[in-house]
Design a protein around this ligand. Sequence first.
Ligand SMILES: C[S@@+](CC[C@H](N)C(=O)[O-])C[C@H]1O[C@@H](n2cnc3c(N)ncnc32)[C@H](O)[C@@H]1O
Length: 297
Amino acid sequence: MRLMTSSPPIPTGRLNQGAARLLSGLLEARTGQTLSEGRAWRMETALRPVLRDHDLVDMDSLAATLLRNSDAPLEAAVIDALLNNESSFFRDLQIFDMIARQILPHVHTDRQDRTLRIWSAGCSTGQEAYSLAIQLRNDWSRWNGWRIEILATDVSGAAIDQARAGIFSQMDVQRGLAIGDLIKWFEPHGDDWRASPELRRMIDFRQDNLFDPAVPTGEYDLLLCRNVLLYFTPERRQVVLSLLARRSHAKSVLLLGAGETVIGQGGDFIAHPEFRGGYARQGLLPIPTAGPTRRAG
Ligand SMILES: C[S@@+](CC[C@H](N)C(=O)[O-])C[C@H]1O[C@@H](n2cnc3c(N)ncnc32)[C@H](O)[C@@H]1O
């Protein structure tokens, strides 16, 4: 898959501009992400472990190696290092409150086939998907006899490996996880914590690129694509929103990150009339009835 790059000016420290442009161009071509200014400044720091692991002396030799050879593992390591994988459990708590109090009960009463399908797109190291699994498990009697599918995808192979292992540091679990949920759903794993087998079994983690998607098929009741669209160009956001729309049905709910919106991004989604901060697929919502209609005459 090749995406066009837009070559913005890259603010860097001592890093030579040619190498910086090549590396950020690689990230953009493979993932659609443009480097935020903060990350561009920290490019050298982010890539230091890659230099060490591949016996490269500096950024120029990294750029030269990438130009000279096609080295897929090196390319993947550079992309993983430059992606912003920031995530936390129950990030933006009010969204998870709305999922638990409004969206899931609504799906529960609505789905005759007793199937719940959730897609966490751009799931990073898995905290979002595990938060959803915890919410469902904490209300498990409601879902008795249901088929529950949680698909969680990310372009970063390293993030998906970590998510699938379900191992989180002390610092990770302190960010957003209630102590009761930590004790109930995680077990000590050396200095870290590991999600219980019950939680891990609930989530299908897959490496997948939103611009070259292989995995998501069918339609999802709840779609989360939070804090992913931020660093895409408007055109690319539209491409991703159309993919999300193709994976939605008339009653699906889409949730984006706090700083993201569908407004001005094509016509695939509109603000959800019931769930504040959520989005519904444009043109598919059932038309609200205005009460019993009066017969003429
Ligand atoms: C800032 S994290 C957000 C994680 C989580 N959704 C949350 O809100 O906590 C953004 C994630 O999007 C992923 N991403 C970026 N471009 C992507 C693409 N083209 N396809 C799939 N995932 C992508 C990154 O690898 C990163 O893990």
